[in-house]
Design a protein around this ligand. Structure first.
Ligand code: NAD
Length: 324
């Protein structure tokens, strides 16, 4: 592995997937700290364009924000990366369950072809660093908890496979060109603007509408949930910290909780009126996830600060505001 390098503060960043859940929070955080941001998004069809436009509304208030509606897998990217010191690559086709069957082509296009296309442009431009949003899904059903980055990845879904391939592409570029890549394995992210296909969003909306909540599995499955502002802080830190090019980090909130615990919190937020039914598990869903974040704590100063109950309340209130 090459020598570790600390980088100067980010001045001009490219954020891909800037209209998405996490990308929009990251964009606003950078803008608020005086960073010039070029944001890219193609409004792919995983959920409504109207929510993505709403996600972008705050960022568009800033003169230092430049939005470019380009599909990374097809568009001309050299101009986009020109003059940029950091690329935050969050654009992707996310979600485990939807990645089977005919949808696979979209995952290959938006997760692999787009990443390769972007890395080519970054290598040509000599952009110093690219931070890549990877996923806990690369582990599949881990054998040891908490799971360290040394565990052998074994994705259990086409989505996880494409995210792992993206990491491998980053590594290949860092070894062969003068590009520093950092891959961050996000563990189930939640908070306001969470994607409508994600569990907290679905459960909370059903609760608010007085409809039954359908849980796939027995509800005892566990996840390491991570609040979005904690992900944003670590993603920004990965842009400047002294990390070995091509390195990989787990980012998990640090408290492993079952879906039944989550449902208990939502029940409390909804005044005790939650009706839950349990259904069969879905292909690709793993039983448990739990991140060992020692490496991120040491190198990125990762220190998740928002608890499950506090973060869930913020997401619930955001959804209540959307509905009323
Ligand atoms: P999101 O769908 O809300 O945001 C992704 C954005 O990327 C969307 O707005 C989409 O339109 C855009 N996009 C997709 N393909 C594109 C392309 N070819 N060109 C330009 N834009 C494109 O998803 P999210 O939940 O915010 O996830 C952001 C990143 O974090 C993704 O890379 C995802 O794989 C990763 N991740 C998310 C989670 C989570 O819990 N949300 C967990 C692990 C990893």
């Amino acid at each position: 592995m090459n020598t570790q390098r600390k980088r100067p503060p980010v001045k001009r960043a490219l954020v891909t997937g800037c209209a998405g859940f996490i990308g929009s929070h990251l964009t606003e955080s950078l803008l608020a700290d005086g960073v010039d941001v070029v944001g890219v998004d193609c409004f792919n069809a995983n959920y409504g364009r109207s929510q993505k436009l709403a996600n972008l509304a705050n960022a568009r208030e800033w003169d230092s924000f430049d939005f470019v509606p380009v599909d990374l897998s097809r568009g001309e990217l050299d101009e986009l990366v020109d003059g940029v010191d950091t690329v935050f690559h969050l654009a992707a086709e996310p979600g485990v369950r939807a990645s089977w069957g005919d949808n696979f082509q979209r995952y290959v296009q938006n997760n692999l072809v787009a990443t390769q296309h972007l890395l080519n442009a970054v290598a040509r431009a000599g952009t110093p660093r690219i931070v890549y949003a990877s996923s806990s899904s690369v582990y599949g059903q881990a054998k040891v908890f908490p799971t360290t980055e040394l565990a052998t990845p074994a994705p259990q879904s086409p989505y996880g496979m494409t995210k792992l391939s993206g990491e491998h592409l980053c590594y290949a570029f860092s070894e062969n060109f003068d590009v520093e890549t950092v891959s961050l394995r996000f563990f189930t992210v939640f908070g306001p603007r969470q994607r409508p296909d994600m569990a907290f969003n679905i459960f909370s909306k059903a609760a608010l509408a007085g409809e039954p909540i359908v849980v796939y599995g027995d509800g005892h499955q566990t996840r390491d949930f991570t609040f979005v502002s904690d992900i944003v802080a670590a993603t920004r830190s990965a842009a400047t910290s002294a990390v070995a090019p091509g390195s990989v980090y787990n980012l998990g909130g640090g408290v492993r909780s079952s879906l039944r615990e989550v449902l208990g919190i939502i029940d409390g937020l909804n005044g005790g009126r939650v009706d839950v039914t349990y259904s069969t598990t879905v292909p690709g869903d793993v039983r448990d996830t739990a991140a060992d974040t020692s490496r991120a704590r040491r190198d990125l100063g990762f220190a998740p600060a928002v608890s499950l109950s506090e973060g869930l309340e913020r997401e619930f209130e955001w959804l209540r505001g959307q509905i009323s």
